[in-house]
Design a protein around this ligand. Sequence first.
Ligand code: PLP
Length: 435
Amino acid sequence: MGDFDNEHCGHLVHFKRYAGSSRKQRGGLALKMKRNTLTSLNTTNKKSAPGPIYLDGFATTPMRAEAKSALLEALDLFGNPNSGHHEGRVAQQRIDIARNQIASLIGASAQELVFTSGATEANELACKLLYSQESLIKSGRNRVIMSSIEHEAVQRSVRCSISDAVEILVCPMLPNGTIDLAALKELVDERTLFVSVIYVSNLTGIVQPIRQAAEITHAAGALFHTDAAQAAGKIPIDVADQDIDLMTISAHKFGGPKGIGALFVSSVSGIDFGAARGGTQGLRYGTPAAPLIASFGAAAEISAESMHHEGKRARFQLFRFISSLDALGFSIDQIGDRAKTVPGCGGFFLHHFDSDDWIAKTGGTVCMSNASACTDGLLRASPLLEALHVPIAWQREFFRISIGWWIDDDDIDNAVGHIKCASTDKLLATGDVHQ
Ligand code: PLP
């Protein structure tokens, strides 16, 4: 169990006391098997700085070493990329390299990317562009459809249409955490301007059926946008193959710096760039942030290279985490099908425990989140968890986890130890948890 031992938690219960129970045997066996398998996978670790164990990659990720060096190097390229002289051209050339690295991560061509300050701005820009498609609107397309689990950044942007004539429809989710494609088919018709479906939920890590959603949208002649902030850099994406018209990405969700993201706008989507005079490059003005873009590019390149083996390792580590808690007698459920989630990510319920409570108690040693499922401590339904059909009684038990290259086996074992400590008072007092 890593370097965590009973002294850290300051009470009498030790992991070993559970060794005789049948649950423990099941979990223990699984753990042993995984340890062997993980040894061979565990090659590319590890984080550079000591500190709390960081399991909240949905919120943001640490920066990759490659992204940090690219940032530092590019800080010396002080020229304005918009300038025609030598210094400007050098900065612009560095941007071009990064543009290609990012485009290749998602199967786009370099000219199809517009740099933004992150996913929030990319979502806003996408909606602004979509609401400016006058010929579509004039032909009677005045409806927008989004899934019921869109990130606030999309919800706000969709709802801020300047025209009252636009009607917004919300497509429901199935209990397995994926969008209800049959319902989407019913909703989309010749009145639809665009559809927006989150690529990967920031609560559950579940990958949505993007290709099918895009197909349904296009069959009705509408445009398709996806917020891929939680997908890019973590799973393979091919915008051309999936027939995506617009897609949002953000560097800090996959090891890049904060403050930079991009909107992909397909060159074959027929989108009218209007004032941007026929191309994506004019969609956002100002001096491009060359160092941030260079760093974004480096994160994209290393993510593309290591996605496969790091994903495998993250999947095993998440399994280790959950099965260790299970072996300790905790009762855990996951939203949706584990095979359909981004590796290392998931939305869970730790039954009988208020996640606000134990997440706060472990806050100094383990960084976790319940995505403010019940922010004010009142038993009030969370709209996103409700959209996922989670009963209100379970909503307080929700937590999410997203891990990646910065985590090793000891981190997982230590995190389990800290969580156990934070919950043991309740565990001992109520006997809620099978020992
Ligand atoms: N979209 C999704 C799905 C997210 O998870 C987030 C981050 O929380 C955002 C958008 C906003 O990202 P950014 O911080 O890059 O603006």
